[in-house]
Write a protein that binds this ligand. Sequence first.
Ligand code: HEM
Length: 509
Amino acid sequence: MEGAKTPGASWTWTGLLPLPGLLFTATLLILVLQLLTLRTRRPGEPPLVKGWLPYFGIVLNLRKNPLAFMKSLQRKHGDIFTILLSGKYITFILDPFQYHLVMKNPKQLNFSKFSRQVSARAFGVKKLATDDELNEDLHRHYLLLQGKPLDCLLECMNQQIKEIFESQLLKSTDWNTASLFEFCASLIFETTFSVIYGKTLAGNRKKFISELRDDFLKYDEMFPYLITDIPVQLLRKAKALQWKLIEHLTSEKLSQMQGESEIVKERQHVLEKHYLREDFEIGGHHLGFLWASMANTIPTMFWAMYYLLRHPESMKVLSNEIDSFLQSTGQKKGPGLSIHFNKEQLDSLVSLESIILEVLRLCSYSTVMRVVEEDMTLNLETSSYHVRKGDFVALFPPIQHMDPEVFEAPEEFRFDRFIEDGKKKKNFLKGGKKLKYSVMPFGLGVSKCPGRYFAINELKLLLALLSTYFDIETIDNKTVELNHKRLLFGIQHPNSDISFRYKAKSLRN
Ligand code: HEM
C-alpha cells in the first residue's frame, strides 16, 4: 500500500559514497549494532534468544509467523524465555496460570511508560511522559465508554447506522460488488467517527469523512514503523500524514463539530486545563483516541464478515437468531431501517457473541507489555527468574487462543465454540484446571481496553443489521491469511482483500 515502505534512502548513500566507503559504513553500522546488544544470559535469568541479526534479533522470524515461532521457542525453552527484538529484551511468560505475576505488580512492571513512549512517537504527544496528572485525568474519563454513558453511545450508534444504511446501502436493490476490507473500513470509520466526534458543520460532510478515512488508513498502514526506533526523519511520509490528521482534530476544528460524545467533550476540557487551547498537541491526543477507536475494530469487522461469508451455516444461524429476537420484541423489518437494539438485547444474542469471540480468538495478537522498573525476581510456581531493569515483560495470549488443549481444532472457525446448552460458554480448561480468561483481545489488568464494550456492541449491531437487511455472498474463494506486519500489536490485518457482493433484501411489513 502507498507509502508503507520505509527508509527508501539507499540511493542517496550509494550516490554519495563510493563502494569501499559504503562497505566500510555498513561494517561499522553492524559493529555498532552488535555492540549495542552484546548481552549474555546471567545465572538465574530466563533462556535468552537473540537470533542472528545484530540488534534486530529475531524480528524476521517473528514477522514471518509469530505464533509458529513462539511455539517453537516454547517447545525448546519452556514457558518463560527472553527474546531480543529490535534492540529490546522482552521476557515472555506463556503459562496462563502465571499471568497474575504480571498483573499484580503494576509498580515494578509498569504499563504507562510503554504507552507514553507509543503516544510520543505515534501521535506526537510528548507531555504525557512527564505529566502524571494529565495521564490520570484522561484515564478517569474512560469510564464514559462504559455503563450508562455507553447506553447513550449505543443510541447514537443506532441512529448513525440508520442514516448510513438509508442514505447509502439500502439503495443497493441490485447486486453491488465491493472489496470487503474497504467496505468494512468505511462502515466502521463513518459510524465510529460520527458517534465519538460528531459531524462537521464546515463544508461537505461526505467529502470530509471520506478524505479523513483515506488519510487515516494510510497512516494506520505506517503505524508499525512509527512505533519502532527508526529515526522520524526517515519516516517523513508517515509524519506528514500524522500532521494532516492532527490538523483536523485541533481545538478549533473540534469546535466546528456537532453532536460529539461526552467523552470527547470531557477530554477536551481536561486538555484545555493542561495546555493552551491552541496547542497543536491537543490534536495529537485526539488522534491517539481516534486511532484506538478504529485500528482494531476495522480488521475485526473484516474477519467477522470474512468468516460469515466463508461459513454460510453461521450466517443462517445468525439470521435466525435475529429473526427470533425481532419476533420476541414485536419489531418488524423494513422498509427503511426500522429495527433497534439496546445493550441488554445485544447481550442476549448468544450466537452473535460467540461468532465475535471466535473471530477475536483467531485474529487477535494483542500482547500485554510492561516495562521492568527495577531489577526483580519473577516467582513462578515451580521456579524463579531474574529480569533486568529497562527490559520488558510480556504475555502472548495467541499461544492460549491456539492451544488445542483449550480449544479443540483451534485453527478452525467454529461459530458456536462459545455456546454451551444454548447459553454463553464461560469455562475453558487447560490440564483440567479452569482458566481465568479464555480470549484476551483487549489486554489485561491496568492496560485493558476501555473501549471494549463499545467495540463489541458496534460489531454486534453492524453484523446483526447487515445479516437482516442484506443478501451477502462471496465472489472469490481466495483464502485470506493474517498479515503479521504488526507483529505483536492488536488485531492482525488480512494479507489481501477479497471481493464480495451484497444487495438489500426486499422486505415487506
Ligand atoms: C476490536 C476492537 C478493539 C480491540 C481488539 C482493542 C484492543 C485494545 C488493547 C489490546 C489495548 C491495550 C493496549 C496495550 O496494552 O498497550 C487497547 C487500549 C485502548 N483502547 Fe482498545 N481495542 C478495541 C477497540 C477500541 C475502541 C472502539 C475504543 C474507543 C471507543 C478503544 C479505546 C482504547 C483506548 C483509549 C486505549 C488506551 C487505554 C490506555 O491508555 O490505558 N478501543 N485496546
